[in-house]
Design a protein around this ligand. Structure first.
Ligand code: V47
Ligand code: SF4
Length: 378
């Protein structure tokens, strides 16, 4: 939709507050937290979608990014007890979980020898035996075997635990891992920052301050990172806006975030199974408000293994410009939480077609959004 077309649509918007917010967004002005809440409360799906699409097309045109990646999940044994987690086995029941050795993880990396993957994403539970030194050694070995592979790994939940155990500061710990080969941080562990919600769904792991501090330190060391938000459970709109506001402020300070990733809560086999999942309409409204609100985040990602590929495709009309990567059936977090993608894997051709079907332009990127191949030129 062109600026003129949106202006036309906005001029028939009956709600004067929404009309005012729409005009601000069109002028490229930042909206306030109060205005963000109004968008959630009053914005219709079609109006929010058009506004978010306007922002998306101003930033990226039709370009829609994906990468070739795989995950390593070192363990699902975890000392924490997040109520939404369908994946972890408490340390007390560690024999029911899995725990990979360094050799097994290197074998996973080696199984991609000769294949054009560009990123490995390492994330898992927090196992007390897997220390800072253990992971630094793993990073060095991956780097030595495949120097061209970008290593994105560990959430502040894992990092905070390993740094505290090793009795090092976040600055010392991050520098040590960076020297061992860590290049960026994924967005996990953020959930909902607000204390009122955090204490109900994941009270024992790193808090908002700790999460933001580790990302700040990573940015100061020159790393780029992502940020997630787990939405659609017990939080209210004001908690979502508070979460996005804290991220927007850190981004103003450092500029180190690449991508914001709203993660839809899935309710299978966890302690929050009684909470219904959000509707697809609510999901699309979430993506649209995120694109409008997070004005200093370059990219908005829909993670297809969690949403399902058809819904991920739909998000491309609601502000999203990135749908993650090929994955190659290497993650269990979402299949265990009830996603329709039980063995998430898509070939590059499938990803390209998914994007083309909705008239967008597929672009293969690396982790830092350098273009590897622009399929619209092919
Ligand atoms: O932090 C756990 C989420 C996250 C459930 O940075 C759940 O590119 C929904 O952060 N329902 C980890 N979500 C995964 C993650 C991620 C994924 C893909 C790409 C990137 C990136 C990051 O998974 C956790 C938590 O918020 N999660 N259980 C659940 N039942
Ligand atoms: Fe552990 Fe992460 Fe699951 Fe929480 S979400 S229990 S930290 S694996």
């Amino acid at each position: 939709m062109t600026e003129q077309e949106f202006e036309q649509l906005n001029s028939i918007q009956a709600d004067t507050t929404l009309k005012f917010i729409g005009e601000k967004v069109i002028r490229g002005e930042r909206i306030s937290p109060e205005e963000g809440i109004i968008l959630f409360e009053k914005g219709s799906l079609s109006w929010l979608g058009s506004l978010a699409n306007h922002v998306r097309e101003k930033l990226h045109g039709n370009k829609t990014y994906f990468n070739r990646n795989f995950h390593i999940e070192p363990t699902n044994v975890c000392v924490f007890s997040c109520k939404f987690c369908s994946y972890s086995k408490l340390y007390a029941h560690k024999e029911e979980g899995w725990e990979l050795t360094t050799e097994q993880m290197l074998d996973i990396v080696k199984s991609y020898d000769g294949q054009p993957v560009t990123e490995v994403h390492i994330v898992g539970g927090v196992h007390p035996k897997l220390t800072l030194e253990f992971f630094a050694d793993l990073l060095r070995q991956i780097r030595a075997h495949r120097p061209d592979l970008h290593i994105k790994g560990f959430t502040p939940v894992e990092l905070d635990y390993m740094f505290r155990k090793a009795k090092v500061s976040a600055e010392e710990g991050m520098k040590y891992l960076q020297e061992a080969g860590l290049q960026s941080l994924p967005g996990g562990g953020a959930e909902i920052f607000h204390e009122e919600i955090r204490k109900q769904i994941c009270e024992d792991k790193v808090d908002a301050e700790g999460w933001l501090h580790i990302h700040r330190v990573a940015h100061q060391l020159g790393m780029h990172t992502n940020a997630t938000m787990l939405y659609g459970h017990i939080e209210e709109y004001r908690h979502r806006i508070d979460h996005m506001e804290r991220l927007r402020q850190l981004q103003d300070e450092t500029g180190g975030f690449n991508t914001f990733i709203p993660l839809k809560f899935r309710n299978k086999d966890n302690e929050m199974s009684h909470i219904p999942e959000s509707s697809i309409v609510e999901d699309m409204r979430m993506y649209a408000v995120a694109r409008i609100y997070m004005d200093n985040f370059p990219h908005l990602k829909a993670y297809w293994p969690m949403l399902g590929r058809n819904n991920a495709q739909l998000t491309l009309s609601f502000g999203v410009n990135d749908i993650d990567g090929t994955i190659d059936d290497s993650t269990k977090i979402y299949s265990m939480a009830g996603s329709e993608e039980q063995n998430p894997t898509m070939t590059t051709t499938e990803l390209v077609n998914l994007i083309r079907q909705v008239k967008r332009e597929p672009v293969e990127r690396d982790t830092l959004y350098n273009i590897i191949k622009d399929y619209s030129l092919a």
